[in-house]
Design a protein around this ligand. Structure first.
Ligand SMILES: Cc1cn([C@H]2C[C@H](O)[C@@H](COP(=O)(O)OP(=O)(O)O[C@H]3O[C@H](C)C(=O)[C@H](O)[C@H]3O)O2)c(=O)[nH]c1=O
Length: 146
């Protein structure tokens, strides 16, 4: 599988009734569950979680996050020198980041109390059989990011 992470751009509509935010191109037909992650401050690093098959979709719903994505070259002992792709997701940009299988993800909030909703195409049980973790200090010096 050679699919790459990508941004699905949404939009917003405002009138006298208020504001409606949407992501029309986000097809949720594969999604089995969602969860919401909130980081109290910008010092918390949540990394690295990885899946060979499970897909995730991330949307920031409050504040902003730096999300980093790496494709492990080896699932037991990956190289420490791999390309790190970095994306800043902000609640007011209405963007969904799709991370296909075969990638590791890591992130930190850029503002206190930032919140992110995560959609997954695997149940919790399926995910637990496709769950890989790597040390947070791998690949990125998080403290010096932004
Ligand atoms: C995600 C999830 C978790 N939980 C329970 C299971 C654990 O007892 C507890 C903490 O979960 P976990 O340590 O897996 O959370 P993260 O380390 O943030 O990882 C999660 O979010 C990152 C981005 C991943 O990519 C992982 O696949 C996903 O598991 O919540 C549930 O009951 N349901 C859920 O949907």
């Amino acid at each position: 599988m050679n699919e790459e992470p990508k941004i699905i751009q949404g939009g917003a509509y405002e009138d006298e009734r208020g504001k409606l935010s949407f992501v029309n191109d986000f097809d949720l037909s594969a999604v089995k569950r969602y969860y919401i992650i909130e980081h109290p401050d910008t010092s918390v690093i949540r990394a690295w979680q990885a899946h060979k098959k499970e897909q995730k979709w991330f949307q920031v719903i409050s504040g902003s996050f730096l999300v980093a994505v790496v494709r492990p070259d080896n699932w037991e002992k990956p190289s420490e020198k791999l390309e790190v792709r970095k994306v800043i997701l902000k609640a007011d940009k209405n963007q969904v980041l799709h991370i296909p299988g075969n990638f590791a993800n890591g992130f930190k909030a850029l503002e206190p109390n930032s919140r992110m909703i995560v959609f997954s195409d695997f149940s919790v049980e399926e995910s637990s059989k496709d769950n890989f973790r790597f040390e947070s200090q791998m690949w990125l010096d998080w403290k010096n990011e932004i």
